[in-house]
Structure formats: C-alpha cells, structure tokens
Design a protein around this ligand. Structure first.
Ligand SMILES: C[S@@+](CC[C@H](N)C(=O)[O-])C[C@H]1O[C@@H](n2cnc3c(N)ncnc32)[C@H](O)[C@@H]1O
Length: 222
C-alpha cells in the first residue's frame, strides 16, 4: 500500500483492518457526537442524493423524507458490505455500489445533492474528487460536507503536518492537515453555510479534532 491508501487494485481499495477498526470505533464516536453532526449535515436535504465514500453507511438513517433516493458509492469491499447491510433497515431507498471518487459511475448534472462525509481526507487528490462531485450535481445543487480539516491554530497545524508523515499509512490514506474548505472553494463551489467545531471522541483523535460541516452550491452558470 502507498501513502494515498491505494494497494494496487484496479478501480478500488482494500483496507480490511481499517474497515474492522472503523466498525468497532464508530458506535462510540456516534454516541459522543458524530450522530448529531450527521443530523446537522443532512438537515433539509432533498431530492436525488449521491453519497461518495459512504463507508459502512452511518449516514443512511439520518436521511429525511424529502430524499427520493440515495446512490451510495463505496470502493472498499468490507465497508461496502456493511453499507449494504445498513441500507436494508432505513426508511429512504439506498442503493450501494462500488466506485471511486475520481470516476463516479453516473452521468453529468443528475443529482440534487452530493454528500462527502469524512472522506475528503482520504482521497488521493481532493481537486479530482471535487471536480467529479461538481460534474454530477445539477446547477444550483448542493455539496453537503462533514470533514476533519487543517487546524486554524498554528501549533496544532504543525503537529498535523508532522503526523501526516505516518498517519495515512495506518488510516487507510487519511490525512490530518488538509485545507478542505479551501479545496471546496477553489473547485468552483459557493460555500453558503459553514460550521467550524472541535470534536475529539478519543485521546488519539487530537490531530483530527478540527471539523467543518456545511453546504456549498454548484453555481447556476459557469
Ligand atoms: C473514514 S471513512 C468515512 C466513511 C463514511 N463516509 C462516514 O461518514 O462514516 C472514509 C471512507 O472513504 C472511502 N474512500 C477512500 N478513498 C476513496 C476514494 N478514492 N473514492 C471514494 N471513496 C473513498 C473509504 O473507503 C471509506 O469508506
């Protein structure tokens, strides 16, 4: 496996240990606040939704009635199997498929909303991922994001840069120091709502404690 988290498989990634650890760690993190963040992420979302890097499907039960259907793309087979199980027991219709951020298996401008939650830290190139998300959104469509990001405080930001020399090897390609908000803005989106907060569900989670959630729109023209 290289630092981006790829292991040489064509068109997918394989991280069985990370998938297992995530499934063990997630319930506690959800209880400590992540479930509430997912409610905030998906509040008022409507229409046809694409979720990229859906993981084990932790967002699925947070979609409301106004969503007509969710296409959930997840490249990692163990995560995808968990997402398929999670999709069975939710009120909204969810279809889980394989696929990568860099080549989403869908046509241009067909979704009302795209959801990126805790995944832009792991993609090999944020600009490529965001360009794909922009492509598949209808004009005026929403990118809903919930991500851990680069710290605004200088000391923590330099700790994050140091941590990123080894963290991606153990975190399936996850980077702690990415300026994801800037990447979203530089990809042509207009950020219309933003909430910055700290969330640290475990001792080791300090480098990934600065979070953002919000909405960014695909412009109506251009
Ligand atoms: C930390 S998990 C988050 C999962 C889920 N979105 C959540 O909120 O719990 C990161 C997810 O991003 C996925 N991912 C990593 N690289 C990806 C890529 N290049 N394209 C799409 N998804 C990717 C991983 O397989 C994993 O499921």
């Amino acid at each position: 496996m290289d630092k981006s988290g790829r292991n040489g498989r064509k068109g997918g990634v394989s991280h069985p240990v990370f998938a297992y650890m995530y499934s063990r760690f997630a319930p506690g993190a959800e209880r400590l606040g992540a479930a509430h963040h997912r409610d905030e992420l998906l509040s008022g979302i409507s229409g046809r939704v694409l979720e990229v890097g859906a993981g084990s499907g932790l967002n699925f039960r947070h979609y409301g009635d106004a969503v007509t259907g969710v296409l959930a793309v997840e490249p990692e087979p163990h995560m995808r199997a968990m997402a398929i199980r999670a999709s069975i027991d939710v009120p909204v219709k969810v279809l889980v498929v394989g696929g990568m951020d860099s080549r989403l298996p869908v046509a241009d401008a067909v979704f009302d909303a795209v959801v990126a939650s805790l995944m832009l830290c792991s993609v090999p190139d944020q600009r490529v991922a965001l360009a794909e998300m922009y492509r598949v959104l209808k004009p005026g469509g929403e990118l809903r994001f919930y991500e851990h990001v680069q710290a605004q405080e200088r000391v923590l930001a330099s700790i994050q840069r140091a941590v990123d020399t080894f963290w991606p090897y153990f975190g399936a390609g996850c980077h702690t120091s990415r300026d994801t908000l800037r990447a979203i803005e530089e990809s042509g989106f207009e950020v219309t709502s933003l909430h910055r907060f700290r969330f640290q569900p475990c001792l080791m989670c300090a480098p990934v404690s600065p979070h953002i959630t919000g909405v960014a729109l695909k412009r109506l023209s251009g």
